[in-house]
Design a protein around this ligand. Structure first.
Ligand code: GDD
Ligand code: MN
Length: 375
């Protein structure tokens, strides 16, 4: 008896998949249908699929994708729950496809989809590992950006240059294609924090990637709103930290320490104000300083360091309570060490600072476990 080969299951009138286009979406309902229409036009002649990766949009984005996907098998959807983040959404989309070339494009029509075939052919025909849609080389443009956003983008681009292994003019681009096998090689080393997936892939790839660039003009958004906020700058800083000092110290510890240093300025200011103009006892003044620094540190770490696990609403209140509870041991040590040193006639500021350092180390270790624990 003849055994069936895999070939017998293949659908004869279909060519193998050539390109997967990943579209991260967060509240982009009105852009979904135009996006698919534009992709279908631009990608005529290439065997493609599009994978929308949604992070719990509340405006009906995934439902709109499903509606179209029921009619068109080239359209797929990944719904993520309890997750947020552009980079990790793109990584999950990439991982879900077996297409030999993977591309990513924003779901808000700001990237020029007619450039996609050029990105694809740079890899499939010209042998590049990665092909990047760039706003900065000849023929590319950032479109109608405000001068301040353009400046921030330029500074970030310069900061990023040393950590990408190949020289490219727009490492911040969210629009590129990559050979699937090269991407898979980079996955164990990815940080996936934040927005900068291209930068992450280029910095994490074990080999130097052969890169091509294709210029395009960044369009103005018509429907929906940008999700890029100030936290994006923080995510970028974290990625740069991770790819530099991250080898020795976790980026989050560096951030926690930086905020702690700012917190100790708050602490010392309150301590000074309570001691001098208000004439409080040292223990009372130090306690007030600790309490204010605690509130300050909790708030900033919640917004910046642990923005991926950010507590809001009732959880914020409970988080602050647990932070305060967990840190009260740190605070006892802080006031204790401070008071002992002050009692031995150490300078008031040195006594305060020493207490703060001892307290901070404890705070980092304990709160990353209790206050911002991963579920
Ligand atoms: N799944 C998911 N999860 N999608 C997201 C998330 C998220 O947390 N945040 C944003 N998106 C989606 C948006 O819905 C949009 O389709 C795309 O990602 C880009 O988000 P925008 O908020 O429109 O970003 P931008 O236009 O300000 O910035 C873009 O251009 C920059 C410059 O090239 C992005 O492409 C950046 O990555 C890029 O650096
Ligand atoms: Mn956009």
């Amino acid at each position: 008896m003849e055994t069936l080969s895999l070939r017998d299951f293949a659908i004869i009138d279909q060519r193998p998949l050539e390109l997967a286009v990943i579209v991260p979406v967060l509240n982009e309902r009105d852009n979904v249908a135009p996006m698919i229409g534009k992709l279908a036009l631009a990608l005529a002649g290439i065997e493609w699929e599009v994978i929308f990766v949604d992070d719990g949009s509340s405006d009906g984005t995934p439902e709109r994708v499903e509606e179209i996907a029921r009619e068109d098998r080239r359209v797929r959807l990944i719904r993520r729950v309890g997750r947020r983040g552009l980079s990790s959404a793109v990584v999950e989309g990439f991982m879900s496809s077996i297409a030999p070339v993977l591309a990513v494009i924003d779901g808000d029509l700001q990237h020029d989809e007619t450039v996609l075939p050029k990105l694809y052919h740079a890899i499939a025909q010209d042998g590049s590992d990665i092909a990047v849609g760039t706003r900065y080389s000849d023929g590319g443009s950032i479109g109608e950006w405000s001068e301040s956003r353009a400046r921030i983008s330029r500074i970030a681009t310069q900061l990023a240059a040393p950590i990408t292994k190949s020289q490219i003019s727009d490492p911040m681009s969210g629009f590129f294609a990559i050979r699937r096998d090269r991407f898979i090689d980079a996955t164990p080393h990815l940080s996936t924090a934040g927005f900068k997936i291209l930068l992450d892939v280029m910095a994490s790839s074990p080999q130097k990637l052969k890169a091509a660039e294709v210029p395009y003009t960044f369009r103005t958004r018509i429907a929906g709103d940008s999700k890029l906020d100030s936290a994006v700058a923080v995510a970028f800083a974290e990625l740069v930290l991770e790819k530099t000092v991250g080898r020795w110290i976790p980026a989050k510890l560096v951030m926690f320490g930086g905020i702690g240093a700012l917190g100790s300025i708050v602490h010392l200011s309150v301590l000074w104000a309570a001691l001098n103009p208000l004439g409080q006892s040292f223990a009372a003044a130090q306690s007030a300083g600790v309490a204010m620094a605690m509130l300050f540190n909790f708030t900033l770490n919640n917004i910046l360091t642990y923005r991926d696990r950010r507590l809001a609403g009732w959880k914020w209140v409970k988080g602050l309570a647990s932070f305060a509870l967990v840190c009260s041991l740190g605070a006892v040590a802080n006031v204790g060490v401070g008071s002992i040193l002050h009692g031995q006639s150490t300078e008031w500021w040195l006594a305060g600072l020493a207490g703060a350092v001892v307290g901070s180390i404890w705070n980092y270790a304990a709160t990353s476990w209790f206050t911002w624990s991963r579920k």
